[in-house]
Design a protein around this ligand. Structure first.
Ligand SMILES: NC(=O)c1ccc[n+]([C@@H]2O[C@H](COP(=O)([O-])OP(=O)(O)OC[C@H]3O[C@@H](n4cnc5c(N)ncnc54)[C@H](O)[C@@H]3O)[C@@H](O)[C@H]2O)c1
Length: 470
């Protein structure tokens, strides 16, 4: 309409943003992924302003220390590709015991138990026999921290059950896929005083931690924008009969059109920009390309008559989002797993004094670099995080970041420190799953971001740029 102002972050009024949020809620409810988003009055109900924050059930969990203990006792739920590959890394961390393991697949449980005893550790308790066997594991009294590596749809119910049974919990990505579930994780963490973490291994990458240290030392000047992504050609794995148990991951591509895996890209960039520690995400807008890649792959590799021909893929091959922060900075977030593309998380940061870009790593900072010529990132290795200088890379797992994440997690528990990331980070990093689907459905409309901290986003508290414990 002629008198409708053009939509831009600057001129979207709160009222129009709220209208957008309410419409989006209705749209997502139809998609079956955003139940409750539009439910609360007087605002849109996603929690973007104080009037719509759900009532807190306890004090904030920011900076709350773990209770110190000599040995850290871990329970693992989900022993497929990820759980089974993380198990030896847990066993390699000093003073960690894996005391219980669970999977619906009894063979996987037996194999995990054998891995533990072969490593010279006591045999774990085992839980199997059905989708809810995990409830036995979370109730045990020999577990301090529950690690989840199950299909995405199980992460929230399992995390809630673990906290309600008195356990701290950390999940593989994404820990939640709807805004109401993210609020429920926040509320339950505050109520039970248990930590609920998105275990985002990419925050512990060598380049990511070096860039983070350099950003905090002021080498980039005032920070302006960054990019993060999950660009990973998963077509072969998504169509494998054996890789994802029950082929759960391809099923998501038939249900949601949006960024299905935001945290690998967003977690590190959110750390650079001190999100929840001085800045916060306020709105995002997303657009998806057509969904062609999986159907194209199926046409080439799946015989006619196979049940997979009944599937309709709706997730756009690439979803691109722009997220704006309270300080006006911009994050570019990309998801793409359905086309040929060399692996990349983009991992880019720019400020008033220069820029870093990854894949491959290169840097351009005044006054060192000039004349449009990138410099070597290795020249800045003295900025490496102490985890990489003194501990890493350790054994296996994405070049070492998996081990370092577990090492640091266990260290914070052992020493009774606050974790490097908390439930507010988990909610903020995962919100783009639901918000991108909402924005895509509304043709790229800006969607307000929930403030899961309930106004505490300026509070400085521990993050991944941690000091080395004495
Ligand atoms: N951070 C990373 O770099 C990284 C890498 C790979 C996978 N992941 C994440 O790890 C998670 C698991 O992925 P995966 O590749 O291992 O999938 P997978 O299918 O190989 O493993 C999932 C396991 O969960 C089990 N399971 C399913 N329902 C269960 C239930 N109700 N109770 C107990 N066990 C149950 C399955 O039997 C299976 O063994 C996903 O969230 C994925 O996105 C993260």
């Amino acid at each position: 309409m002629a008198d409708e102002p053009a939509r831009s972050p600057e001129n979207v009024t709160r009222r129009s943003a709220l209208r957008t949020g309410a419409a989006a809620g209705a749209g997502l409810a139809a998609l079956g992924i955003g139940q409750g988003i539009a439910g609360a009055e007087p605002a849109s109900g996603i929690g973007e302003d104080a009037r719509s924050w759900p009532k807190p059930r306890g004090a904030s969990m920011m900076g709350v220390p773990f209770e110190a203990r000599d040995t850290v006792r871990i329970g693992i739920i989900g022993l497929g590709n990820r759980g089974a590959s993380m198990l030896p890394l847990f066993l390699a961390v000093p003073n960690v015991r894996v005391t219980a393991v669970c999977d619906i697949n009894a063979e996987f449980v037996a194999k995990a138990s054998a891995t533990i005893t072969k490593a010279g550790h006591p045999a774990p308790a085992t839980c199997t026999g059905g989708d809810h066997a995990y409830e036995q594991l979370v109730r045990r009294d020999d577990i301090d921290f529950v690690y989840l590596a199950t299909p995405w749809e199980w992460h929230t119910p399992m995390a809630l059950a673990a906290m309600r049974a008195g356990k701290h919990v950390g999940s593989e990505c994404p820990i939640a896929t709807t805004i109401p579930d993210m609020w429920e994780l926040v509320n339950t963490s505050e109520q039970t005083r248990r930590h609920c973490l998105q275990l985002e291994n990419c925050c512990y990458g060598k380049n990511e931690l070096r860039v983070l240290r350099m950003a905090h030392e002021g080498l980039f000047g005032e920070l302006l924008h960054g990019s993060g992504a999950y660009l990973h050609d998963l077509r072969e794995l998504l169509f494998s009969d054996t890789y994802y148990q029950g082929q759960w991951r391809r099923a998501w591509h038939t249900k949601v059109n949006g960024d299905l895996y935001p945290t690998h890209g967003l977690g590190p960039v959110a750390s650079y920009l001190d999100i929840n520690r001085g800045d916060r995400l306020v709105r995002m807008t997303s657009m998806s390309t057509p969904a062609l890649g999986l159907a194209d792959y199926r046409a080439q590799h799946v015989p006619a008559g196979d049940p997979r021909w009944r599937e309709r893929y709706v997730d756009g091959d690439v979803t691109m989002s722009l997220l704006q922060t309270e300080k006006g900075r911009v994050i570019h977030l990309v998801h793409g797993v359905s086309n040929p593309h060399p692996y990349s998380r983009l991992n880019h940061l720019a400020g008033t004094k220069g820029v870093f870009e990854d894949y491959p790593a290169r840097i351009y900072l005044e006054p060192t670099h000039s004349h449009d010529t990138w410099g070597s990132f290795e020249d800045f290795k003295n900025y490496d995080h102490w985890l990489w200088k003194d501990i890493g890379p350790g054994p296996g797992g994405h070049g070492g970041m998996d081990y370092l994440m577990l090492y640091r997690l266990a260290q914070t528990i052992r020493l009774g420190l606050a974790p490097d990331m908390d439930v507010y980070d988990a909610a903020a990093w995962n919100a783009p799953f639901a918000l991108s689907a909402m924005s895509v459905r509304l043709g790229g409309a800006p969607i307000p971001f929930p403030d899961f901290t309930r106004g505490r986003w300026k509070t400085p508290h521990p993050g991944t740029d941690s000091p080395k414990p004495g």
